[in-house]
Design a protein around this ligand. Structure first.
Ligand code: OGA
Ligand code: NI
Length: 356
């Protein structure tokens, strides 16, 4: 589909990058959030206790393994969030992927417009905010997202500019996919399931890579880069170039996720909450913006295959623990967000609850 502009509203797209280049002193009106939804930047909470950093190499050490599994289990139950270090992905591969992201967003607008689409079912999609056609209120974010697994099915559709994009993002996509499978085994084990549960489905699962760009914003206190949401999949593995991701803890406080060199962020998504029958929670998170430094992030969203339904794992259910959620697939989620606007406060996961 390269070369074909996929939206009827192309002439109206003004990216966040374009606005930043204009050097505005105020954000345009459509970026101004109602006061109840604004971030409180005077009150940034850094809590290292609720946001653990897990050394994955400890899982190979017989004397540290069980303590490390306990730490991960606690993180999954309490917040649905942790960071990992010593995960086996070289820093150079992570930095190359961030470089490819920088270069892509620095391209002239016409080059990026080739991938513009407001259709959430599109396998490669560039845009601004969440959806430049549907959003009533805009978010200070540009993005390119693409299906990434199995890579040979999709890589020919990815941006061919910058010339190294496919190689750098491709290397990152492949190693993150491997890490995802390792993490899923661990998460299933600590749920009390066979680590090989759904192995084949996880192997054939979907991976969507989302590169986000949050350029400097003149009024970061009245807008957001991304609104509060949880991700649809099993897990999301996220790389951030600088501070900006916030997660909600069980007291509904927003915690800023510290930047740890070489670390990757792991967030549980809605499929994991459903599969665990609510033992694990999908984490609510958002991105704040700032006035002095462009921020990049790359989210790798993992789920079962597009049409594969997932429900609570049978082995977790009995008379006292009936299924609390309905089954759903990645496609069901896409259909839902095509018809519902997430800022209205409705969460997809709530529509999957049997007794909300
Ligand atoms: C996402 C997301 C947060 C960030 O892409 O789903 O939540 O920090 N990104 O960019
Ligand atoms: Ni997210």
């Amino acid at each position: 589909m390269q070369g074909v502009v996929k939206s009827s509203n192309t002439s109206k797209l003004i990216s966040a990058m374009t606005l930043t280049k204009l050097g505005l002193t105020h954000v345009p009106q459509r970026y101004v959030l109602p006061s109840s939804q604004r971030p409180n930047l005077d009150h940034i909470v850094h809590s290292s206790t609720s946001l653990p950093i897990i050394d994955l190499s400890n899982l190979q050490n017989p004397s540290l393994r069980s303590h490390t599994l306990d730490e991960i289990q606690m993180a999954c139950k309490e917040v649905g969030f942790f960071q990992v270090i010593n995960h086996g992905i070289p820093l150079s591969v992570m930095n190359d992927a961030l470089d490819a992201t920088t270069e892509f967003f620095n391209l002239p607008m016409e080059e990026k417009m080739v991938y513009l689409s407001d259709n959430v079912h599109e396998p490669v999609r560039y845009g601004t905010s969440l959806n430049h056609v549907r959003d009533e209120c805009y978010f200070w974010r540009d993005f390119i997202k693409h299906y990434s697994h199995p890579i040979s099915d999709w890589i020919h559709l990815w941006p061919s500019n910058p010339p190294t994009y496919k190689e750098k993002m491709g290397s990152y996509a492949k190693v993150v996919q491997v890490l995802q499978k390792q993490l899923m085994k661990v998460l299933l084990e600590i749920l009390g399931l066979n680590p090989n549960y759904l192995q084949n489905e996880i192997e054939k699962g979907s991976q969507v890579l989302v590169a986000n760009c949050y350029p400097e914003c003149p009024e970061p206190d009245i807008t957001l880069g991304m609104p509060p949401h949880s991700d649809y999949g099993s897990i999301t593995i996220l790389l951030q170039s600088s501070l900006g991701l916030q997660v909600m803890d069980h007291n509904k406080n927003w915690l800023s996720v510290p930047v740890v060199e070489g670390a990757l962020i792991v967030q549980l998504g809605d499929q994991m909450e459903v599969m665990s029958n609510g033992k694990y929670k999908s984490v609510m998170h958002r991105a704040i913006v700032n006035s002095h430094k462009k921020r990049l992030s790359i989210a790798s969203l993992h789920s079962l295959a597009l049409e594969k339904k997932i429900g609570p794992a049978e082995n977790l259910l009995d008379k006292e623990h009936p299924a609390s959620y309905k089954e759903f697939s990645f496609k069901d989620y896409l259909d839902y967000i095509s018809n519902n606007y997430i800022l209205k406060g409705e969460r997809f996961i709530d529509s999957m609850k049997k007794n909300p």
